[in-house]
Design a protein around this ligand. Structure first.
Ligand SMILES: [Zn+2]
Length: 216
């Protein structure tokens, strides 16, 4: 089964694709953000350490993140495969991951900057975590969450100038990873335009071709 890393700029639908692909292939979607939250909730030693760093506004160092991922990938549900989302972020992390698992492919969901700006600046959030759009994924009742009826709001970092900055940061920080995985013949780039189903199909097709190519 597939051992995947998903990359994509903010607004590319990376989390959604990771969920859909995880269900499709029966493998867990592993988000490092979720791992951090899980460890903090369970108040493990790692969780306490991360909580302390985050409460001071500090970044979580590579070795701490690496340990979190090592712990998660060692669980039984990852034996057949997994989808990593939010990790690795650096080539040092990618090298560490290489020692943990043989990655099938790194899939980047490519979306142009203008599309990201349009998508995110039309995004409305609910406190429960659901996100809605103005054009697609609209709520049934205007301005109100389908799940919990709460009033929707727009995030400050969904402002166009902030989105452009996040996009540049993503591109600059991801470039070394892309180069690393190109060198490993593991990098796949998939067009992120269109519906969720369109993108899922493109990713699946690219994976099938990639695996056939690697094996053949
Ligand atoms: Zn809600």
């Amino acid at each position: 089964m597939f051992k995947l890393v998903l990359l994509g700029p903010p607004g590319a639908g990376k989390g959604t694709q990771a969920d859909v692909l995880g269900s499709k292939y029966g493998i867990p979607h592993i988000s490092t953000g979720n791992i951090f939250r899980d460890h903090i909730t369970r108040q493990t030693d790692l969780g306490k350490q991360v909580q302390h760093l985050l409460s001071r506004g500090d970044l979580v160092p590579d070795d701490v993140t690496n340990e979190l991922v090592r712990d998660r990938l060692a669980r039984n549900d990852c034996a057949a495969g997994f989808i990593l989302d939010g990790y690795p972020r650096t080539t040092d992390q990618a090298k560490f991951l290489k020692r943990l698992a043989r990655i099938t492919a790194v899939v980047e969901i490519a979306v142009p900057e203008e599309t990201v700006v349009k998508r995110l600046s039309s995004r409305w959030m609910c406190a429960c975590g659901r996100a809605y759009g103005l054009v697609s994924d609209t709520p049934r009742k205007r301005g109100q969450c389908d799940s919990c009826d709460a009033q929707l709001f727009q995030r400050n970092d969904d402002k166009p100038e902030v989105i452009r900055h996040r996009f540049q940061v993503y591109r600059e920080s991801t470039q070394p990873l892309v180069e690393f995985y190109k060198g490993e013949n593991r990098y796949l780039r998939v067009d992120g335009a269109g519906s969720i189903q369109d993108v899922t199909k493109r990713i699946s097709d690219a994976l099938v071709r990639h695996v056939a190519h690697v094996v053949g």
